[in-house]
Design a protein around this ligand. Structure first.
Ligand code: LLP
Length: 445
């Protein structure tokens, strides 16, 4: 199957446009593409490729922009970084230092958040299928809040907490049936999606939660999708509905102290114009501002996406009858988004000369044995002979966290840059680790 080639009605942004929109990156006439003050070529030489490289400065800047927007709107808000976007301990720790809590969806993410220094009292546990073991851990750690997705899950958690002599603080995830107008694979707030409970059933269920012995209901939660890139209209609609629900619940004498507004704010990968943090804060204020609720947010991509690149080396350039294939040492097992969502990612040469050389269309692919292992088709790029370096942009969210070892390819190294320094924050996976833990059955010859 040929890789899908999305059709755009505007020309691709130029290298200059891509750079101008990404303040963590700059071009040095001699050193080539830099992240903050570190040449990416220096990182490739020291750590090898493929390597994920994250800008601490960009993470901090974006964290502060979001905090400031909520504060300027006068919202009493806390931010819980969605660790699924990038659970690297160094990333989660940096955000914890900016005052962010964590939104986790598994025991692994809960452990990562704790290991990164996030206090249990700032952790929210989301997800449509929490195991009993995960619930036990969340109760034992006394985390801030567990987001419930169904009546069945509420019964299960209540019974468990009660058997431990505890009450779990919970929020009810409401499915507002709002179209987030994003890729079908990452939309979550439609009635056909598996997430949350239908808003029409929420009053009855919330009352039931209040009656269960092991639960302490504190509010509502909603998340309508990810990479929401067409303004904030969908958010407005969702928060409006949530606001009405809060009023209805309170009128019935039920306590609602918090509304967790989810994540989803999109970023410009190509030329999208997503809503700004200020516009998001405005949508929250419009729907929930006069209710005196504590607002929570669970952003992932908006914080981490633009902060990272996937640094890769060209293995070979292959000229076929009608196409030019640039074959990288990074592949779909590293960055899955193009194969999975037909996602567009900027690709920049790292050598300064590449920014001024003639361009011609190229298909940029990885070495994995399937045609969906394609980062882009027909992209205007300079000649990229073997050993040239490229940076695949906006790979800080849902990049490393979605990697696999398909084709027995080890997980790539991860590096953090901060000003003029850089540090390896995760070693490249050694080959021994690919085989570790495996054994032949005792009946094997
Ligand atoms: N909260 C909940 C309950 C979520 O399910 C998600 C993401 C978030 C927060 C964070 O959403 P964000 O702010 O990052 O959009 N792998 C896909 C994205 C999947 C998002 C899943 N849920 C991608 O690469 O585009």
């Amino acid at each position: 199957m040929a890789a899908p080639a999305p059709v755009f009605d505007s020309p691709d942004p130029s290298f200059g446009d891509l750079l101008a929109a990404r303040p963590g990156l700059a071009l040095d006439p001699l050193a080539g593409l830099m992240m903050e003050e570190v040449p990416l070529a220096r990182i490739a030489a020291a750590v090898g490729t493929p390597t994920w490289v994250y800008s601490a400065g960009t993470l901090r800047r974006r964290a502060r922009l979001l905090k400031d927007a909520l504060a300027e709107a006068g919202l009493d808000a806390s931010i819980h970084y969605a660790t699924k976007a990038n659970p690297a301990l160094a990333v989660v720790n940096l955000l914890a230092q900016e005052g962010f809590g964590a939104d986790v969806v598994s025991e692994g993410e809960l452990r990562a958040a704790r290991a990164a220094g996030v206090p249990a009292g700032s952790i929210v546990f989301s997800g449509v299928g929490k195991t009993e073991r995960e619930m036990r851990l969340a109760i034992a750690e006394d985390i801030l809040q567990i987001n419930l997705e169904s009546a069945e899950e509420a019964e299960m958690l209540s019974a468990l907490a009660a058997s431990l002599g505890r009450k779990a603080r919970v929020a009810l995830r409401v499915n507002p049936d709002v179209d987030a107008k994003t890729h079908a694979k990452i939309t979550t707030g439609l009635s056909e999606n598996k997430f949350g409970v239908p808003i029409a059933l929420a009053p009855e269920l919330y009352a039931r939660l209040c009656a269960l012995p092991g639960l302490d209901p504190v509010g509502l939660t909603v998340h309508i999708g990810s990479q929401i890139a067409q303004g904030v209209g969908s958010y407005r609609a969702a928060y409006q509905r949530l606001g009405q629900l809060v009023r209805e619940l309170r009128a019935a004498g039920l306590p609602v102290q918090r509304v967790d507004c989810g994540g989803g704010l999109g970023i410009p990968y190509r030329d999208e114009v997503p809503g700004s943090p200020a516009a998001l804060a405005g949508a929250i204020k419009a729907g929930l501002g006069d209710l005196g609720v504590k607002v929570m947010l669970e952003p992932g991509r908006w914080i981490a996406g633009p902060a990272g690149v996937l640094l890769s080396r060209v293995i070979i350039e292959k000229k076929a009858a009608t196409r030019r294939f640039v074959i990288l040492d990074a592949a779909m097992n590293d960055l899955l988004r193009p194969a999975m969502y037909e996602a567009w990612h900027g690709i920049l040469p790292v050598a300064a000369s590449g920014f001024h050389a003639p361009l011609s269309p190229a298909d940029v692919v990885g070495p994995v044995c399937e045609s969906s292992d394609t980062f882009t088709r027909g992209r205007d790029l300079p000649a990229l002979p073997p050993e040239s370096l490229v940076a695949i942009l906006d790979a800080g969210a849902y990049g490393a966290s979605m990697s696999s070892t398909y084709n027995a390819r080890p997980l790539a190294a991860e590096v953090m840059v901060d000003g003029a320094r850089f540090a390896v924050i995760r070693d490249r996976q050694p080959y021994e680790a690919l085989l570790a833990g495996q054994r032949l059955p005792d009946w094997a010859g």
